[in-house]
Design a protein around this ligand. Structure first.
Ligand code: SF4
Length: 458
């Protein structure tokens, strides 16, 4: 180890990238890298990129222009600043990144983060390094565990990646190309990570994966375990009070997993279950492999298992060939389900996907109009869901200080942010909170009684 060096990781995109960024920092910590919150004084900057949004690669190149200036400023100060690009854009663009942006020292694909210390050393020594292979070894076996202090600093909730990649090949999506085939982590490594997190004060874990409910990691008995079995095992960890998982595909909502929502009190009554469209014609064109009726059937089974389930979804409007009639079917579906929230996007073609080559691309003005109408319907449903919470009392995990002194923010079982007046000593506790009023995105509540559980920091 050669003394302390500063690391700035800038994360774009989904929760999986946030998780990966933390694991990269943990993996570099034994090499003497400590995290800093700005690129100005860093010795190593990692851009952890996302390929989901439109023009993702172009945004990375423009960010790299800023990084070049930081590198020049560091050189003028007599410091050597290394620039690395990681994540899905790194995976997709590979060598092209160093060709277009020679300021980049290292390009590392999403399966290779465990090799970061060696790759950084090579980049320091030899200049440009590109590593975007999909190695056969399991990166999770090699990624460093976070120090307890780092975990505590990250709060009382945590993400744990249990699955990566996807075999579904929806025609709009780049994930099967950037993250590769579906792979699941072994149960014992997940259990060890969850136990460490619980020991460090984490009360809620969200299991993440691009197709998390397709999870089939090797269990201690040598057989593949389903996500239901994994959740049941995790629920037994002392101190771990809440479990969630995301993102799920409707086809993989097996009976055993649905039954967990009935039988496992730690499993929160909220599920992100993307449908993308309410039209069977468009679902087929998207290669979603399920119909609207299949989706409704899953929702009914979930509500039978747990009647207060809150559902959220993702929608794409303006997929090639989408007519006004198809779009109307999507609006009707939103109204029928009564989502507690949803993400919605205009379709934009991703190079290399089948959707990008389809005819009948929908014009921009129509997409914009449909997006506004859909978002209006989603907002209306969310407001109805939130209003129904007023007067109810439910357990809220108190997570962090609020914006104002004396205020803390927690999460309801349905994943809504809840603001209450309470001392920060209660952070980490699960308190009974009565909801007094709602704003557009938050609930405001009052403590019904002092929580029985001590704060995580205590
Ligand atoms: S299931 Fe999800 S991750 Fe897999 S291809 Fe479809 S949208 Fe992408």
């Amino acid at each position: 180890m050669t003394g302390l060096r500063k690391l700035f990781v800038k994360s774009f995109g989904c929760q999986m990238n946030v998780y990966d960024s933390q694991r990269m920092a943990d993996t570099l910590a034994p090499e003497g890298y400590v995290e800093t919150s700005t690129g100005e004084d860093a010795d190593l900057i990692i851009l952890n990129t996302c390929h989901i949004r439109e023009k993702a690669a172009e945004k990375v190149y423009s960010e790299l222009g800023r990084m070049r200036r930081l590198k020049e400023a560091a050189a003028a100060d007599g410091r050597k600043l290394l620039i690395a690009v990681a994540g899905c854009v790194a995976q997709a663009e590979g060598e092209e990144i160093v060709r277009r942006a020679p300021t980049v020292d290292l390009v590392v694909g999403s399966q290779n983060y465990h090799r970061l210390p060696a790759l950084v050393a090579r980049a320091q020594r030899d200049g440009h390094v590109v590593d975007t292979e999909f190695p056969l070894d399991d990166k999770f076996e090699h990624l460093a565990a976070p120090a307890a202090a780092a975990t505590r600093a990250r709060g009382v909730t945590a993400f744990v990646t249990v699955q990566e990649g996807c075999d579904k090949f929806c025609t709009f999506c780049v994930v099967p190309y950037t993250r590769g085939a579906e792979t699941s982590r072994r149960v014992d490594t997940i259990m060890a990570e969850a136990e460490r997190l619980a020991d460090a004060g984490v009360r809620e874990i969200t299991l993440i994966g691009q197709n998390v409910n397709a999870y089939h990691g090797a269990g201690p008995d040598g057989r593949p375990w389903s996500l239901a079995c994994l959740l049941e095992q995790l629920a037994q960890i002392r101190g771990l009070e809440r479990l969630r998982y995301t993102t799920s595909h409707p086809l993989d909502m097996g009976d055993d997993l649905i039954a967990m929502h009935r039988d496992l009190p730690a499993l929160m009554p909220q599920l992100h279950l993307p449908v993308q469209s309410g039209s069977d014609r468009i679902l087929a064109a998207m290669n979603r492999r399920h119909t609207r009726a299949d989706y409704m059937d899953v929702v009914c089974r979930l509500l039978e298992a747990r009647s207060d389930m809150a559902l959220t979804s993702d929608f794409i409007v303006g997929f090639p060939g989408e007519t006004e009639e198809d779009f109307a079917a999507t609006l009707r579906l939103v109204g029928e389900i009564g989502y507690s929230g949803a993400f919605s996007f205009k379709y934009s073609p991703r190079p290399g996907t089948r959707g990008a080559e389809m005819g009948e691309q929908v014009d921009e003005a129509t997409k914009t109009d449909r997006l506004h109408r859909l978002q209006h319907e989603i907002d209306r449903n969310r407001a109805t869901f939130n209003r129904r919470c007023v007067g109810r009392t439910f357990p809220v995990l108190l997570e962090r200080p609020g914006r104002h002194a004396g205020q803390i923010v927690g999460r309801s079982p349905y994943l809504q942010p809840v603001q209450i007046e309470a001392p920060t000593s209660l952070i980490g506790a699960i308190a009974a909170v009565t909801i007094a009023e709602v704003a557009s995105n938050s609930l405001f509540g009052t403590l019904k009684r002092e929580p029985a559980l001590a704060g995580a920091g205590a």
